[in-house]
Structures are given as C-alpha cells and as structure tokens.
Design a protein around this ligand. Structure first.
Ligand code: PMP
Length: 381
C-alpha cells in the first residue's frame, strides 16, 4: 500500500493504488459517454459479485446505513413487522431503522460473540410471520459471521423477504444471491470491496422489486428504488447526481475483484482470517467470537489483563498500524482488527508484529516473532 500507515480497522480498508488513481481522474459530467459506460460496468460487475443472473443492482451515493434504509423502506410498510436477527451493534441498528419508519421490529438477539442458531430462528418463525427478515452477515461489532445459508434454507418458500446486510462481508465472503434465495443484498464500498467510502450498494431480487411495485408509495424520496430504477437501467439518465469520481473508483475496485476471481478472493480471505487468528492466539490472546462463527473479514480480541485500550492503540499507531476500539459492552475491553479487501501476507505480518511489540512495551511477556510465525504457517498457499 502507498501510505505508511496501515489501516487495519473494519472499514474503511486500505485502498489499492489502482483504485486511488481511478478516484483522482478529472471529474466529468455524469452523462459523459465514458462515465456512463463505467457506471454500467460497475452495475454489472456488482451483480456478478452477487453471482446473480436476475438481481437489479442499485449504486447510490451514501453508505451502508443508507443501503439498510433503502432495503427496508422499499419492502416493508409502516405498521408491518420485520424480524431482525441481531448478533451485535449493527443488527440492533436495523431495529432502530425500522422504528424510524414506524415499522415494528421483533429482534432475535444472540449473546455478543455468538450467532443466533438456525434452530432459534426456526423457533421464532414458527410463532409468527413477518414482511421481511433482516440478517447481518458479519456483525462488525463482534466479528460474528451468521450461518446465512442455513437461515436461508429455513426461509425458502416462506413469504418473508430476506434482507442480507453484507456491509462487512460482500467482496470477501461468498454470498451467492440467487442460490441462497436472498431478496436484498445491501453493502457499502469501503470494506471488503476495497473502494473509498461514499456509495450504498444494493441488489434487489425480482420478488423484492415486485414487492416495491405493489406499494403505491414508500416513506422515502431519495431512497425509493423506483426513482432510481431508470438510472440503473440506463446510467445516462438523471435522478440525482451520482458521485462520479467515487463511482469510477468503485468500478476499478470491482474490476480488480473479478480479475482476482471470486473463488480465489474468498479463499484468500479465509487464509488471511485463519492466519490472523492463529497469530493472535499464539500470543495467548482470547477472541471475543465463538470458534464456530468467526468472520474471515475481522477479528475482535479481548485485551489481556493489565493492557488498556488507549495505550495499546497508541503503541500500535506509533508502529504505523491503526486498529479500532470496540462498541457497546465491549468498549474498552477488546479491539478490532480488520483484515479484508486488499490485505495480504505483508500487511498481516506488519500488523501482528506491531501487536507483539505493543504488548511487550506494555509489560506483557510475549516472545518476539511468535505471532508472525504462527500466522506464516497459514499464508504459504
Ligand atoms: N452494517 C454493518 C455490518 C456495518 O459494519 C456497518 C458499518 N460499520 C454498517 C452497516 C453501516 O455502514 P456505514 O457506516 O457505511 O453507514
């Protein structure tokens, strides 16, 4: 990466020089023919990232929270109910988004660091029905990866639409939209896709588009997908000015994803995830996330006794590595290390040796090189 500071937070993630150079191209008209072509390519590459033959993509200036709102307001009307499957802060956020629109949210919550089990979901579904179910693929607050495929198996054939928040997953973790039966995949540019922040990305299934069309109106203007649809079908048309530079950057990030190839990219994230976890555990650190639901895109790590949040992150930063603190009940007790998007073996080694050194400086007896050596065993492929 070109900056000496390595941003290992769970988004924004380091942006590749190719993408930065795309971002810095002169700002052009949003209807310039070359831009329209780039926009069109970004749409089709995003749909290909979801491995979908039929989904309608939407790329709108904004971010993950806007994409959460777009999904919900277009599918669920005020007064209807939604089931929110939550394994942390961002799952809970979906309850807040629903409340803002007068939508009743029934929240099925796991303990932090664990996932809601398919059996728990099945039990809840047997008691009621909902207009939609929201699932957070990876909750960025806890590093918990939900068993999405198993949930989708339970939801297949039911009337609830399936909304998947892929903000901390899409681009790093497999999300076969059609095969799993997802109705809306929503995400943002700045995490595993590896573009700068600035865009809300959604895929809508034909069933989701039908649901929107069945409503005379929705409590939204900018977030109404029917206002955006003509632009997504023909990016030369205008509804609201797209962020042209960011779109060009996103198109380049998506091009790089497809150059790498989806299977190779997902395998890389698995390898990097395993390596980081092995490295951290070699230092005796405990992960917040239970072993059966650890995400490949970030790790959430308890501080050992005697190590405080602010001094640790200060030591890390002085070694050129930025990690994130935690939210909610984990604030001050754990830190988060993102490892998605453009992260490779070099970044993993730099981050882990910074952890080793920071802990040593703070008085923890760690053997130098042990984390990096443990990680290296997983990085040879
Ligand atoms: N969902 C998840 C899982 C997230 O991690 C985030 C951001 N950390 C969001 C939604 C919200 O995205 P944004 O900050 O881009 O609005």
């Amino acid at each position: 990466m070109i900056d000496e500071t390595l941003t290992m937070i769970p988004g924004p993630t380091p942006v590749h020089p190719r993408v930065l150079s795309a971002l810095s191209k002169p700002t052009v008209s949003h209807v310039a023919p070359a831009f329209v072509e780039t926009f069109r390519k970004a749409l089709s590459d995003f749909r290909a990232l979801g491995q979908s033959a039929t989904a309608q993509p939407f790329l709108v200036s904004g971010g993950g929270t806007l994409s959460m709102e777009i999904a919900l307001v277009n599918l669920v009307s005020p007064g209807e109910s939604v089931l929110v499957v939550s394994q942390g802060y961002f799952g809970d956020r979906y309850g807040d988004v629903a409340a803002a629109f007068g939508i009743h949210a029934d929240v099925l919550r796991s303990e932090w660091g664990r996932a809601v089990t398919p059996a728990e979901l099945e039990a809840r579904l047997s008691k009621g029905s909902y207009a939609a179910v929201t699932i957070t693929h990876v909750d960025t607050s806890t590093g918990t990866a939900a068993p999405v495929e198993a949930y989708c198996d339970l939801l297949r054939g039911r009337k609830e639409l399936v909304i998947l928040d892929g903000v901390c997953a899409t681009g790093g973790v497999d999300e076969p939209f059609d095969r799993w039966g997802i109705d809306v995949l929503l995400t943002a540019a700045q995490k595993a896709i590896g573009a700068p922040p600035g865009l809300a990305l959604c895929l809508f299934s034909p069933r989701a588009m039908e649901r929107r069309r069945s409503k005379a109106s929705v409590p939204a203007y900018y977030a109404d997908v029917l206002r955006w649809l003509p632009v997504m079908e023909d990016p030369g048309r205008y509804f609201a000015t797209p962020c042209v530079n960011e779109m060009v950057a996103l198109a380049e990030a998506l091009r790089m994803i497809h150059e790498e190839g989806l299977p190779a990219r997902f395998a890389r994230h698995q390898r990097i995830g395993r390596a980081v976890r092995a490295g951290l555990e070699a230092l005796g650190l405990a992960l917040v996330t239970a072993p059966d639901c650890r995400a490949d895109t970030l790790s959430v790590v308890f501080y050992p006794k005697g190590v405080e949040d602010v001094p640790f992150r200060k030591e890390m930063a002085s070694r050129g590595v930025v990690v994130a603190g935690c939210l909610g009940p984990l604030a001050g007790k754990a830190f988060r290390m993102g490892h998605m998007g453009n992260i490779g073996p070099g970044e993993v080694a730099k981050a882990l040796s910074a952890v080793e050194e920071s802990l040593a400086v703070l008085g923890l007896g760690v053997s130098p090189g042990s984390a990096v050596a443990a990680a290296a065993k997983h990085l040879s492929a």
